[in-house]
Each structure stands twice: as C-alpha cells, then as structure tokens.
Design a protein around this ligand. Sequence first.
Ligand SMILES: Cc1ncc(COP(=O)(O)O)c(C=O)c1O
Length: 395
Amino acid sequence: MTVPMSKRLATLETGIFAELALEKRRLQKNGVDIIDLSVGSPDMPPPALVMEKLGDYVRQPANYAYSITGLESFSDAVAHFYASRYHVQLDPQHEVLQLTGTQEGLSHLPMCLLNEGDIALVPNPGYPIYDASIRLAGATPYPIPLLEENNFLPCLEDIPEGILARAKMMIVNYPGNPVTALATHEFFEQLVAFAKRHDIFIVHDFAYSELVFDGVRPISFLSIPGAKEVGVEFNSLSKTFNMAGCRIGYLCGNRDGIERLALLKSHIDFGNFLPLQRVAIDALLAPHELFEAQLSEYIHRRDRLCEALQNVGWPVAKSPATMFIWAKIPDGFQSREFALNALREAGVAMTPGNAFGSEGEGYVRLALVQPVHRLEEAAQRIGVYLKSVSHAVNR
Ligand SMILES: Cc1ncc(COP(=O)(O)O)c(C=O)c1O
C-alpha cells in the first residue's frame, strides 16, 4: 500500500507480544508441545446455566434484530449485581452502560475525555490497551511506576506538578493485570481526594473483581464515598462467568462519563447479540455460588504451581487475586531473554514483564489457564531449564 500508516496507529507497539507469538507458532509447527501460560484466556467453561440458556435464546428468531442500545433489563441486572455484591447503588438508566467487553470500552473512553496535549496517567506495568487507547485518542500516556515496595500501588505524591497540570484522566486496575495486587480502602480514598484536588477523571478497571482469593472481598472503587463524582468502573462477564469469547461487559459510575461513551457508541455500534444480553442478565441475577465455585480451582492451581516452582528452585510469590502469577525472575536474567529461552528450551510460554511497561523488567507473567497436571509439568520443565543454564554459567 502506498498510503502511509496514520500517525496515531504508528504510535502503537506490538514488539514483544508479536515476537513471542511468532516463536510459539514456529515451535508448534515443528511439533513442540507448548504449555501455554502466556495468554489470560479462561480455559474453564461458563456455568452450565449460561450455556443452556444461551442455546435457548439463540433458537428464538426474534433475537436476531439489531439491539441498537443495551437492554434496559441488562442495566437493571448490573445495578442488582453491584448492590448485592459490592454494596454500590447505581441508577441503571444513567449510571450503567453496556459494552462489548471491557476492552471495547477501554479503547473508546479516552476519545471521549482527552484532546491532543492532554496527559493520562497509566500504571507501569499495566494492561496494554491503557497506553494504546490514550495514544489513539491523540493524547499522551504518562506511566506511573507500580513498585513492590509500595505494594504495587501508585505513589500519588511523586507525580510532578507539571504533569498533574496537564493530566485529565488516570487509569487504575485492582485486582491487577499483570501485577496481581489488590487496592486498599485507604488508597481508593486517597485517589478520590487526589482526583478532586487535581480535576483528574478516574477510570478503574475491575475486570478481575471476582477472582480474589483466600476469603478476601474485592473492593469496588465506586463503594468509596465521592467516587461516582470523579470516576467510572469497568467490569465484564469475561472472567467472572468465563464468557471471554461471548463478549459482554459494562461501564458504571459517573453519569457524565457514561453519557459521553454512550454518545460515541451510538455512532459506532448497534448493540450486542440479543441472546448474549439475555443470558448475561440471567448470569448477573443468579445466586453468586454460580461463579464462586471456580475460585477453589484457581486457588488450587496457584498453590500447586507456586509450590512446584519453589521445589525446582524458583520461589515465586502467591498471587492474592486474578488468574496470573507475577513472578520475579532469577538473578542474572532479563525478562525477554528468560521468557524466550524458556519457550525454546522448555516449551513453556510465559509473558515477559517488560511487555507491560519498563517497570515489568525483572518479572514474567504466568497465567493459571491450564489444569494442575500441566502446570506441574511446566514447573518441572522450567526446573530442568534453570539447572541447565546454571550449569552453563558455573562451568
Ligand atoms: C486488566 C484487564 N482489563 C480488561 C480486560 C479485557 O476484558 P474483556 O474480556 O472484558 O474485554 C482484560 C483481559 O484480559 C484484562 O486483563
């Protein structure tokens, strides 16, 4: 093509993810058995109720029309879910907006809030669409380090005044990906005060709201007094109900934020497939045991993998939440090199931490998306790989 790529598209990087995917494909073509822990796509099925009812709705001819906007009963179901699960009261008409997954909303919201010259604060390391969507909106992302010594919470006092003067939006994500940390009430309270002080709109990504382990309860940002005045929260059924492929999500909270994204969406989409909206309503209104049942499997996988890695000489911290382990790599390695070599030598695919930002260097992310026996095999293979490199280094 002779037409040059748009300047906005040209700012997007695919770097490490693309390199890893290519290498994975090459090895698989050569018959290598890859244990893929690199992608956070749930391997467990949705609850039986979801699959059965979706089948029923798909057989109803009336469900094939344009939906245009989300069903009102979907917003009602979200309001019910938020009240019963997070003690957050939402006005379904003005404070809930249906999305085709969190990813879709995250990619479009910055266009509704930012102009060229504006800054948006993003976590480093952070989920890649945060940075990309800000660039696509023509604005500039400013990375805020998430460091272990601060419990992976941003240090709001360290943000320079000049940046704060231009910042219009800040994205936070707890429980997080790739850093699996949880927010505290105190942090969210500080965030509300910070947002008011500096006039910065807060966007909380709560996609992992229901993958929180060891009896801890997830905290919705919107449960903090004043939060709705300064921000919104994304959530979806992808992880809670394992509906990542039949995608549906929602934005809730600040009325102006909701209205702006609804306006943009009225120009670019005609609503989700009606059977999906209807089954999402059933899922959101169902007893919570429907999704709580999978927590024990994730905890089991996390414990078995962390113990198996410890046994082969790589002690990694157990995640308090999400479907990932955020693992500090052994001394003497770089993230990219460690992940690529483990893929080639051990047939285990992990994501290098620096794919999520510079502060991810020194880490890799492992997804708990394989059954326990495969996770244990992955640990064994990594152990053999680590032994071979330590022999090579010591020779
Ligand atoms: C932190 C985070 N936010 C959002 C998403 C997108 O989720 P959805 O399927 O709702 O678009 C993901 C998907 O992995 C994620 O990890």
